[in-house]
Design a protein. Structure first.
Length: 245
């Protein structure tokens, strides 16, 4: 990894490139979810402030209300990112945004104030997990039968608390967070799972490949080499014919 910190100009050029090349048919409000997730997980969470400042320069974010809605989306992406990279990097990212927020733009809502563990949380978590893994989860359950803490963590926390809540960012955006956060760590097995999962929730083969290219672009910017992870063509045979994609 380069010892030279990237400049604000270099960060802006990266974000504009990801925005330009992100799949257009997924909408223009999702590219920055990939950007904040991958730049934070990739070791430059402080550049989340640069991303935020670029976004609020756009015409659609010229009111406090719109900027508050934006920061809720960025914050939710970072909360979800905790589930795959831990707390420190997402926390550093949110601190960087907080330092440049205008006082009138601060959003004091608390998305998980009413959250509790229990049957409803487990049902919601398993519902989303099942959409991503389908029949493949049986093998994971078998492996974790003798590592029950991780099975519990997956059901109740990773999926129950974090990933199954789609009230602020939706299913595709949630997978963008997870796919970005895992792939940029160069993790072979879990990247394959979420290439497959992204296809299973309806993102096309072509768009998944473009998404991965944007993650690789951010990784190169961060000085990271992604040499272990599969591509969508490698897992396509695992996506059922009735995936809807």
């Amino acid at each position: 990894m380069s010892l030279t910190e990237p400049s604000a100009e270099e960060a802006l050029a990266l974000f504009q490139s990801v925005e330009k090349d992100f799949p257009k048919d997924l909408g223009d409000d999702k590219w920055y979810i990939l950007a904040i997730s991958s730049i934070s997980a990739g070791g430059h969470p402080d550049l989340s402030a640069n991303l935020y400042q670029y976004l609020i320069s756009k015409p659609e974010f010229q009111t406090s209300k719109s900027r508050q809605a934006l920061v809720r989306r960025l914050r939710e992406a970072l909360v979800k990112l905790v589930s795959v990279v831990g707390v420190p990097k997402p926390l550093e990212a949110i601190f960087s945004i907080a330092r440049v927020e205008r006082p009138e733009d601060r959003d004091y809502s608390f998305s998980r104030e009413q959250w509790s563990s229990g049957p409803a949380n487990l049902e919601r978590g398993m519902g989303w997990l099942s959409q991503i893994y389908r029949h493949n989860h049986a093998a994971t359950e078998n492996t974790l039968a003798c590592h029950k803490d991780f099975d519990w963590l997956s059901r109740e926390i990773t999926y129950g608390l974090y990933l199954s809540d789609h009230t602020i960012i939706g299913p595709v955006e949630t997978e963008l967070v997870v796919f970005s956060g895992i792939a940029i760590q160069n993790l072979k097995t879990e990247t394959g799972w979420h290439l497959r999962g992204t296809r299973r929730i309806g993102v096309s083969h072509e768009d998944v490949e473009i998404i991965q290219q944007q993650i690789e672009k951010v990784a190169a910017f961060c000085g990271l080499t992604l040499n272990r992870i599969p591509r969508v063509k490698d897992i396509e045979h695992e996506v059922p014919w009735d995936s809807g994609a």
